[in-house]
Design a binder for this molecule. Structure first.
Ligand code: C5P
Length: 227
């Protein structure tokens, strides 16, 4: 199933404490951003990549794309203050597209191609499909450090990206969110509030988001395992 991918890469990565965009940090001598881009560069079903960037990082990223021979990036619109704004900037830049749109955090370099394939098939069939893994731990709702409720773990999933949608669904959901001033932490939330069913595809625990320093160690371990 053919698709285009939107990669928000305009975050500041404060929790990583790198002093610069965490996506420039290297794993096995290659920037995290390039690890992620490579997955889509190598997938024949990916027709184009739209990358949201900070304007003052555009030149650095352009140089990286050249250095690592990434050819599918069709545009690098300026990201916004929130991740959602960065994603929307890419959707607007991509314009009228008929293919599926996948949204994927640039900070998740270990997404398995087989999960992308499952997501695109499901989204083509049903309209919206997102990656997730079953919760491993016992989950409780806590307020002021006191347990309010133990949740039924069987029903709990930890949601990741990619999230795949028919283009019209994602575009309308973003338009509506912008109009309402609604801010979500993922695309699915915007689609859910349109009362559209979102399907979950089981992903892998490897698909971690590089957020804090400890994640870099996990990242190196994943690369070693895959070698
Ligand atoms: O900060 P966090 O890792 O949760 O962000 C997820 C992804 O969204 C990252 O790839 C980051 O670069 C991107 N992002 C963005 N614009 C923002 C905030 C985050 O493109 N304003």
């Amino acid at each position: 199933m053919k698709y285009i991918v939107v990669l928000p890469a305009a975050g500041s990565g404060k929790r990583m404490n790198a002093g610069y965009n965490k996506l420039f940090l290297e794993l096995r001598g290659k920037p995290i951003l390039i690890h992620t881009l490579d997955v889509f560069e190598q997938d024949p079903n990916c027709l184009a990549i739209w990358l949201a960037v900070k304007p003052d990082e555009r030149k650095t990223i352009q140089d990286m794309l050249k250095q690592y021979n990434i050819t599918k990036v069709k545009g690098m619109p300026a990201g916004g203050d929130e991740r959602q704004h960065s994603v929307y900037a890419c959707i607007l830049a991509a314009g009228d597209v008929s293919e599926l749109i996948l949204v994927h955090d640039a900070a998740r370099p270990f997404i398995e191609p087989s999960v992308i394939t499952q997501l695109t098939h499901k989204a083509h069939e049903m309209g919206a499909a997102i990656a997730g893994v079953k919760a491993k731990d016992t989950m409780k709702r806590v307020r002021n450090q006191i347990i309010e409720e133990t949740l039924d773990r069987e029903q709990l999933w930890m949601i990741q990206t990619p999230q795949a949608f028919r283009a019209n669904i994602l575009t309308i959901a973003h338009q509506q969110a912008a109009k309402d001033g609604f801010l979500g932490t993922d695309e699915s939330m915007l689609v859910e509030r349109m009362n559209i069913a979102v399907h979950v595809v089981e992903s892998t625990y490897d698909n971690v988001k590089m957020t804090t320093q400890e994640d870099l160690l996990i990242g190196e371990a994943i690369l070693q395992k895959r070698q």
